[in-house]
Ligand binder design. Structure first.
Ligand SMILES: Cc1ncc(COP(=O)(O)O)c(C=O)c1O
Length: 391
């Protein structure tokens, strides 16, 4: 049978990683030993209390039914307490928190709740590809805003253009893929820009706790809830990417608007997952310390790999990746990525998948254990010796 897909599907391609992981799996099945330094899926386990809570809660026969669309009250309270404890922000657990099946689903829900044909969306270039894809699926026009040499938006340039049709601006600091952290006063400028231009500011904040000495929330700016909403995720900070837990935090009207779409699309998460997420959100600060000790050691190795490849990088990066500019040995990030994969069996992400501004860059994830990073370094030294000898 031949069946035509909906027009909206022709607007997007299969997610880059979905295709690349399939290719890597195929090559592995043919006997190739490939190290994947691409995807940001934490390889370490969640805290033992979290696993134990899942086990305990799953054994309760009353926990297996449909759950509330708004999430269980304990989870909403745990998110509100988390915001108070880590960011000193008051959030009403009854009305200002919406638990989500990960922040990626939140990006789609927000897009479906606010965007339609004729609406414009500001999306960072480079940036997380889902903002663009979700906007297109919702039928809106994507307007890339190029980040400047400091990986920040250029407000003057943006305001010199017609912003009348812009409804949403996506922002994400600590920024993925560049590792840029929000400088002091930057969130205030963002909120003022969005307020002046009547734009809903959507802040995606999954990396606040990774290698960052000052985790922060955009909602700490006074008055920001009038114009901004924030996505929080347990995927990275608690090693729970496969569990699919996050939340949207914002004012009551925004939460209800997004819930109107979401409640038509899915149901509440499995209760034991929600209860285990409560345990994660209550983790002591020592949890982040031990996580970051490991990531710090990995980052040294990742930086060494990139330096061996002749790349240039900024040592101030935060988050779960290292981003680097390709040196003269390679024509661009894609060329480096292809050659390194083919000749040394190490997969490094080309920056172009995050937008044209990433063409000359590559990204290494810190989600591989130190022995694999050390082995990658060995292979890459070998590869570079051969490459330089040939040139
Ligand atoms: C910037 C950014 N936002 C959102 C996500 C998705 O996170 P989640 O697992 O909460 O859907 C990712 C995952 O890589 C990301 O890098």
């Amino acid at each position: 049978m031949k069946i035509k897909v909906a027009d909206r599907i022709s607007e997007v391609q299969e997610y880059y990683f979905s295709r690349k992981l399939r290719e890597i799996a195929q090559r592995r099945s043919e006997g190739e030993d490939i190290i994947n330094l691409g995807i940001g899926s934490p390889d370490m386990a969640p805290a033992p209390e979290v696993i134990e809570e899942l086990r305990r809660a799953a054994a309760d026969p009353t926990h297996h039914g449909y759950q509330s669309y708004r999430g269980i009250p304990e989870l909403r309270s745990a998110f509100a307490d988390f915001y108070q404890r880590h960011f000193q922000i008051g959030v009403d657990p009854e009305t200002e928190v919406l638990p989500l099946i990960g922040s990626k689903e939140g990006i789609m829900h927000i897009s479906m709740a606010y965007l339609g044909a004729g609406d414009h969306v500001l999306v960072p270039n480079p940036g997380y590809p889902s903002y663009r894809a979700a906007a297109r699926l919702a039928g809106a026009n994507v307007i890339d805003y190029e980040l400047n040499s400091d990986w920040l938006p250029d407000f003057e340039k943006l305001e010199s253009e017609d912003l009348d049709k812009v409804k949403i601006m996506w922002v994400n600091y600590p920024h993925m893929p560049t590792g840029k952290n929000a400088p002091i006063g930057f969130f205030e400028k963002l909120v003022a820009f969005a307020t002046r231009n009547n734009i809903l500011l959507c802040h995606d904040n999954p990396y606040a706790f990774i290698l960052n000495s000052n985790p922060s929330s955009l909602l700490s700016v006074p008055g920001s809830k009038e114009t901004a909403i924030e996505l929080m995720s347990l995927s990275k900070a608690f090693n729970m990417a496969g569990w699919r837990v996050g939340a949207l935090v914002g004012n009551q009207d925004r939460i209800n608007e997004v819930l109107r779409f979401k409640s038509n699309m899915d149901s509440g998460m499995f209760k034991p997952v929600q209860l285990a997420a409560v345990a994660a959100l209550r983790s002591p600060l020592a949890w982040f310390d031990s996580l970051n000790d490991e990531y710090r050691a990995r980052r040294v190795l990742a930086e060494d790999i990139l330096k061996q490849l002749g790349c240039k990088l900024d040592g101030e990066q935060v988050g779960m990746f290292v981003w680097a500019k390709v040196g003269p040995v390679f024509s661009d990030g894609e060329n480096l990525s292809d050659l390194v994969l083919d000749q040394s069996g190490v997969f490094i992400v080309p920056g172009m998948i995050f937008g044209s501004r990433g063409n000359d860059y590559v990204r290494i994830s810190l989600c591989s254990p130190q022995p694999l990073l050390t082995e990658s370094l060995r292979r890459i030294k070998h590869f570079m010796t051969a490459t330089i000898a040939q040139s």
